[in-house]
Design a protein around this ligand. Structure first.
Ligand code: AMP
Ligand code: MG
Length: 486
């Protein structure tokens, strides 16, 4: 047993019905694919131990670090709107919590670590592709400074996974502010377990939103905190063209982090209705639908904690409604802030919304690349922009309006460019690049993944040696569908 850190496992202290305690299932031949040394260091983990054979055994679930108390969490959720009363960690084990001097308390969880009492029909495992994807995309998200769970490590298990074909197994070590989900609250609400629900809400407040403790309406404030965090998060996704793909209530973090990178994608050519997930037939989780779905998910959260929001049903509904009603304006303001920065605007004008929408419309009409368009506007100038807009009918008049608007900002050109470059990434984890890295990984070559992770860790910096990774996919490289990949 190795010693990685001092664990302080508060979730394991909660009542037994909150989880199933069990260790991960051992695997035959674990190999390290990638270790996030920077994150390990920030977490205050013993990096040398983590990199040793003993560390690998922990990351593979073959051994436990000292102080670890492994458990799988219980939760429920609506999947594509359909209620499922029991989901839970079907292929994940929370190893425990560490307190990092830099980041605060963090969960460390293995994903793909074997069957649990919540596995239902699943095998409890993950294959290499989704593990690599989650590592690459979640770390890219963190580098974009968008709230997200993190990837500490990826290991291969040496075991075969049966999907539509036989694939190599892998395990991701995920780090999160907490793994509490809307679905965790729904689990207790659905069982009419008032004590469990209150215990969970108090736990969430203590751990994530301690300021609520000082309020005379702590649960209302908890709801408000969760609503605000989601409004901010989704606005940030919209600002980078990110489509989560499975915004089920069990994939909505109470901490406001992006969680569960399944069939997610960053858009290349912009269209507001873009959907990537092959199972999202109706476009429920389409790009432009994300704020509406976030609102819907928050209504489910409010519903779940309703009994805590007032003495009478009537009072509770009134409280819930008032908080839920704040989502639209919070989201709208966050969205405006995000896009104003992307357009180099520090001040606010009434007409900014039309300005932003005008550009998005021009991009839609021309199928302009989301990332490259904003980056070209930042600094690379009109020549680069021209490659995105062959037809100038919409963009030329828009550019005139934007330039007039910039003139009213009274900011030096260099400062405006700096602001825009800091808000418009050059490098995003494009799906065709991830797919290529998985193909190479399947052939035993992880150098593409290494290269992507390194490039995406500095998304705003020009990196001449990685210039090809900033490009939009060529038509033959374009990926239109992503798969859940469980
Ligand atoms: P996800 O789509 O990853 O959010 O997972 C939805 C639910 O299915 C969660 O309860 C997962 O734990 C469970 N699940 C997904 N894949 C597997 C698997 N291979 N084995 C067991 N449970 C799984
Ligand atoms: Mg999930």
């Amino acid at each position: 047993m190795i010693n990685l850190a001092t664990f302080d496992n508060t979730y394991a202290r909660l009542p037994e019905r909150f989880y199933a305690k069990l260790p991960p299932t051992a695997v035959s031949d674990p190999k390290l694919i990638k270790l996030n040394e920077t994150l390990a260091d920030e977490l205050g983990l013993d990096v040398a131990q983590l990199m040793s054979q003993g560390g690998l055994e922990v990351l593979a679930g073959n051994d436990l670090a000292e102080g670890s108390e492994p458990l799988s969490m219980a939760y429920a959720g609506q999947q594509f709107g359909n209620w499922v009363p029991q989901l839970g960690d079907g292929r994940a084990v929370l190893l425990g919590e560490v307190i990092s001097p830099k980041l605060g308390r963090r969960d460390i969880q293995l994903k793909g670590s074997g069957p649990t009492p919540f596995s239902r029909m699943g095998d409890g495992r993950a294959w290499l592709g989704p593990v690599m994807r989650e590592y690459i995309v979640s770390e890219a998200m963190a580098a974009l400074d968008i709230p997200t769970t993190r990837a500490l490590a990826a290991v291969s298990t040496g075991e075969d996974i049966v999907r539509e074909e036989i694939l190599p197994g892998a395990i991701l070590t995920r780090v999160a502010k907490s793994h509490l989900r809307v679905g965790t609250f729904q689990y207790f609400a659905a069982r009419r377990d008032a004590d469990g629900l209150k215990t969970l809400a108090d736990y969430a407040i203590e751990r994530l939103y301690p300021d609520c403790k000082n309020s005379d309406q702590p649960y209302k404030d908890l709801l408000q905190s969760v609503v605000s965090a989601q409004a901010y998060l989704v606005a940030r996704w919209m600002g980078v063209g990110f489509i989560h793909g499975v915004m089920n209530t069990d994939n909505v973090s109470i901490a406001g982090e992006t969680i569960d990178y399944g069939p997610c994608a960053f858009m290349d050519d912009f269209h507001p209705d873009r959907v990537f997930s092959s199972i999202d037939q109706t476009g429920r989780y389409a790009f432009s639908n994300q704020p509406r779905i976030a609102h819907w998910n928050l209504v489910q959260f409010a519903q779940a904690i309703l009994s805590l929001l007032g003495e009478t049903q009537e009072d509770a509904v009134a409280v819930a409604q008032s908080v839920i009603d704040s989502f639209s304006s919070l989201y709208h303001e966050a969205w405006l802030t995000v896009f104003r920065s992307k357009l180099g605007l520090k001040t606010a004008e009434e007409s900014d919304e039309d300005l932003i929408n005008g550009l998005l419309k021009a991009m839609t009409n021309e199928g302009a690349d989301f990332t490259l368009t904003f980056r070209a506007l930042s600094s690379d100038g009109e020549k680069k922009l021209a490659t995105q807009f062959q037809n100038r009918t919409d963009i030329d008049p828009w550019l005139e309006v934007w330039k007039d608007r910039l003139a009213r900002e009274d900011v030096e050109e260099t400062k405006r460019i700096a602001l825009m470059e800091a808000n418009n990434p050059l490098f995003i984890p494009r799906t065709h690049l991830i797919e290529q890295s998985i193909k190479d990984g399947l052939a035993g070559d992880f150098s593409t993944m290494e290269r992507l992770v390194a490039a995406f860790s500095k998304p705003f910096e020009k990196q001449p040696e990685n210039a090809d990774l900033a490009n939009a996919p060529k038509p033959e490289e374009q990926v239109r569908y992503t798969f859940c990949g469980t």
